[in-house]
Design a protein around this ligand. Structure first.
Ligand SMILES: Cc1cc2nc3c(=O)[nH]c(=O)nc-3n(C[C@H](O)[C@H](O)[C@H](O)COP(=O)(O)O)c2cc1C
Length: 187
């Protein structure tokens, strides 16, 4: 099973730091899982405007292909202006609506404001619901104060929550194997 760990920003280090940590915890629970990081900072982005996928640059096509080939996802995002970064939304806009259907997804996020964990509830989860993903009931929201100057996570509570996230994600991944990706409806 191949899991794509998506670093959903092109600036900052904390999002990638959480992703590395959750990767280690997933590996602890399921060493056989293939865990691959996709960092949006490594790609040349174009605005998605509805044109056919083949008309985008190679970078955009590769992002779409890597999402399609994955069996599950960890989406990592910082909070920007009370929302997710534009580059992450643009990436979601690029994907065919069936891309993440019935596949497991967990969310990790970080922000400078405690209350902005609600961005996950009110903005990111609805997008993943549109994709009909199997979103785990737990997600982890970190605050800048949970990191030291080198962006290591210093909060034991955050580590516990990341371990629990990894545990549940692995179970959702197992569950998704038995869930047909074929649908009876035409949407
Ligand atoms: C353009 C911009 C907008 C931001 N807006 C918010 C915001 O609305 N709420 C919030 O909690 N943090 C906000 N932040 C803080 C980022 O979420 C924070 O920088 C990020 O979590 C990661 O830190 P890092 O840059 O050290 O990786 C913003 C940061 C930037 C650069």
């Amino acid at each position: 099973m191949k899991v794509l760990l998506v670093d959903g920003t092109i600036v900052g280090r904390k999002t990638g730091a959480i992703l590395e940590q959750v990767k280690m915890y997933i590996q602890d629970f399921q060493p056989d899982m293939e865990l691959v990081i996709l960092s949006l900072a490594d790609y040349e982005h174009q605005f998605v405007d509805g044109r056919p996928l083949g008309e985008y640059n190679d970078s955009m096509q590769e992002i779409a292909r890597r999402f399609k080939d994955a069996d599950g996802y960890i989406i990592a995002t910082p909070i920007f202006q009370g929302s997710i970064p534009g580059v992450l939304k643009n990436t979601f806009d690029l994907l065919h609506p069936h891309t993440m259907r019935y596949k497991p997804v967990s969310i990790v996020a970080n922000g400078g404001t405690y209350q902005h964990h609600l961005v996950i509830e009110n903005q990111l989860k609805p997008i993943l619901d549109y994709f009909r993903s199997l979103v785990t009931p737990n997600y982890v929201y970190t605050h800048s104060s949970h990191f030291d100057a080198d962006n290591n996570i210093t909060s034991e509570d955050v580590h516990d929550r990341l371990r629990e996230l990894a545990r549940v994600f692995v179970q959702y991944a197992e569950m998704s194997k038995h869930l047909s990706k074929e649908t009876l409806d035409e949407h």
